[in-house]
Ligand binder design. Structure first.
Ligand SMILES: C[S@@+](CC[C@H](N)C(=O)[O-])C[C@H]1O[C@@H](n2cnc3c(N)ncnc32)[C@H](O)[C@@H]1O
Length: 207
């Protein structure tokens, strides 16, 4: 039966891909995802649609119509589809098709694991697609670590917090390119974040 599988593929390395995700990818008629997501499955020879910020809606509509025509599609989401992933946009577009979500290991989960932070003692926040707001300032006062998925730019967060009188010595850990060979985990002060260069692929923790 045709179906749209919304599949979390984990933080990037195949070591964090679940057996379930791999099994469904292997039996799908088409793979849809970012360049980074598709790169995990070079051996798969079915049709592939590459998604980027500009063509996302078009590619998702194409995926939905492929499912409507009787095919099975694997829509790949880095990390987990439900945390700033593709689940929300696809639910907004979906027609009358069957959808199943396969969870994946989120970058924030791997970050918490690397830093040995129990989730129930932390606040998990996504700024993706939203940017920084005063809500973050309130969280920083509650004594728990704040695990943040940035809106691409760590400097934006650091600048906002410093402009709102957060202590420049406040301890921060940046987890960059988690699970990749060039993974980098650095501890620094909030003020020093502005002096370094980070890729868009980061999770930031403020202690
Ligand atoms: C569109 S969001 C997707 C988040 C994803 N659904 C998740 O659960 O990890 C993309 C952002 O996730 C973070 N991210 C994804 N993979 C990462 C990785 N391997 N290491 C660090 N951060 C990562 C980065 O902040 C990146 O800008």
């Amino acid at each position: 039966m045709s179906k749209l599988y919304v599949i979390g593929i984990g933080p990037g390395s195949k070591e964090y891909l679940t057996f379930k995700a791999q099994k469904i990818v292997d039996s799908s008629d088409m793979l849809v995802g970012s360049k980074r997501a598709l790169a995990l499955f070079p051996e798969n020879k079915v049709k592939k649609l590459e998604v980027n910020a500009q063509n996302m809606e078009k590619m998702f509509k194409e995926s939905i119509s492929y499912v409507s025509s009787g095919k099975t599609v694997a829509l790949l989401s880095t990390g987990d589809p439900g945390f700033s992933g593709v689940l929300k946009p696809i639910l907004n577009l979906k027609d009358d098709i069957d959808i199943e979500v396969i969870p994946g290991i989120s970058s924030v989960q791997l970050c918490a694991a690397k830093l040995q932070i129990p989730w129930d003692d932390a606040d998990l926040v996504t700024l993706h697609g939203k940017g920084v707001s005063n809500d973050l300032l309130d969280l920083l006062e509650n004594g728990k670590p704040t695990v943040i998925l940035p809106n691409f730019d760590l400097n934006e967060i650091a600048r906002f917090l410093l402009d709102h009188d957060v202590d420049p010595q406040r301890e921060v850990v940046i987890c960059e390119k988690l699970s990749y060979p060039d993974e980098r985990i650095v501890k620094m002060s909030l003020g020093d974040v502005l002096k370094d260069d980070f890729s868009y692929m980061c999770v930031m923790v403020i202690f």
